[in-house]
Design a protein around this ligand. Structure first.
Ligand code: KG4
Ligand code: ZN
Length: 358
């Protein structure tokens, strides 16, 4: 069975072609360069870029897969949650194709697709149930009890920001680019000092599986402001500091009106922030596992690309006898159409069609 999948929920225009569970092609057109200018996604801009890029990405994906439109057996597309105007572009293309080709159309839930990213390049039996799954992105942050392939129950969610959003906002407060996750992570990895516990580990009570990151974000911003003021006061030379960062250089906002932080300050704050977020996320995941008495842990979503988070969970899992899976490639952590296609495959195999109304 040949499946054509679309994902346009936020700022990536992504198309994938599958033959059953085999990914024949994945083409993702990133909008990062455009959104870096505003240090965040402007919905109208994202939708316009999706509209410009969708057909080109489709053509390239088909060509790479060596498949023609006539060979497609089913079309799948992210329906929600996401930016409404971005979703609309993918949904319109997918619906048009499905009706023209007279093939079934599957509406896919974005968070469920992130969970299914863990099936990519994996044996089906590698994911054991029941599992607890931490789905952590820029737009959402939850813990699910994953009971069986298509059965899940929400155990906890964020009461304000998602962890990825906190990464993005901290990078923005430092005058750095977008998305913030990889930038903060790179800075943090360059810090050689000890963890001091500079920021609050907000757990919302001993037993809670909900999250709150807005207090942490505010504490980090306050620390950034304090150090920037010190730099100005001491006549520090913040200019050009960010330009010394290798992979960050191209994304740094050179027009930032704020005095920049010194590189050492950036590294330390990034390190402390990343450690704090990781503590919160991993403690809650293990707490959830304890509550529902399972030894199976799954990580999904854009923030699952974070090396420190992966390692922290994986080390503790190994020590305490847990089974832990996360996407085999960071490409599958981020928004991508492959996760949409693999979920569509398993749904079709189950005999299902539409997941929800678009
Ligand atoms: O799943 P995703 O691609 O889009 C949403 O559904 O939101 O996740 C994007 C989020 C962004 O907030 C980005 O900063 C974060 O994932 N992210 C990371 C890393 N790579 C991406 N956060 C921490 N560390 C990373 N290495
Ligand atoms: Zn996502």
């Amino acid at each position: 069975m040949v499946i054509l999948a679309f994902e346009t929920s936020c700022d990536d225009t992504s198309v994938a072609v599958f033959r059953d569970t085999v990914l024949l092609s994945l083409v993702t057109v990133s909008q990062i360069a455009e959104h870096a200018k505003t240090s965040g996604v402007v919905p109208e801009v994202a939708a316009r870029l999706h509209a410009n890029n969708a057909l080109g990405a489709l053509g390239e994906a088909l060509e790479k897969a060596g498949v023609s439109l006539r060979e497609i057996d089913a079309v799948a597309c992210t329906a929600n949650p996401g930016l409404v105007t971005s979703l609309l572009v993918g949904k319109t293309v997918a619906k048009t194709l499905s009706e023209t080709l007279e093939k079934p159309l599957l509406w896919i839930d974005h968070i469920e697709a992130h969970m299914f990213a863990n099936y990519l390049e994996r044996d089906e039996s590698d994911i054991r149930f029941p599992a607890v799954c931490l789905t952590v992105s820029g737009g959402h942050n939850e813990i699910y009890l994953w009971k069986s392939m298509f059965e899940r129950e929400l155990l906890g969610e964020t009461t304000d920001d998602a962890a990825g959003e906190a990464f993005d906002k901290v990078a923005k407060a430092m005058g750095l680019g977008f998305p913030g996750g990889p930038i903060i992570s790179e800075l943090a990895s360059e810090y050689s000092g000890e963890y001091r516990g500079m920021f609050p580990i907000v757990m919302l009570g001993r037993d809670s599986l909900d999250f709150s990151f807005s207090g942490l974000k505010t504490a980090v911003k306050r620390e950034i402001d304090r150090r920037m003021a010190l730099n100005v006061f001491e006549g520090g030379d913040p200019d050009g500091v960010a330009a010394t960062l290798t992979s960050v250089r191209s994304q740094t906002r050179q027009d930032s009106p704020l005095p920049r932080l010194g590189l050492d300050d950036m590294r330390e704050i990034a390190f402390e922030f990343e450690r704090t977020v990781t503590e919160i996320l991993s403690r809650k995941l293990f707490l959830a596992a304890e509550k529902v008495s399972t030894k199976n842990l799954v990580l999904a979503g854009g923030v699952s690309a974070n090396d420190f988070l992966r390692k922290t969970i994986s080390d503790r899992a190994e020590k305490e006898g847990f089974d832990f899976v996360c996407p085999v490639s960071k490409t599958y952590s981020q928004d991508n159409a492959a996760m949409v296609g693999i979920l569509a495959y398993y749904r079709l195999r189950e005999g299902g069609t539409a997941h929800s109304e678009a």
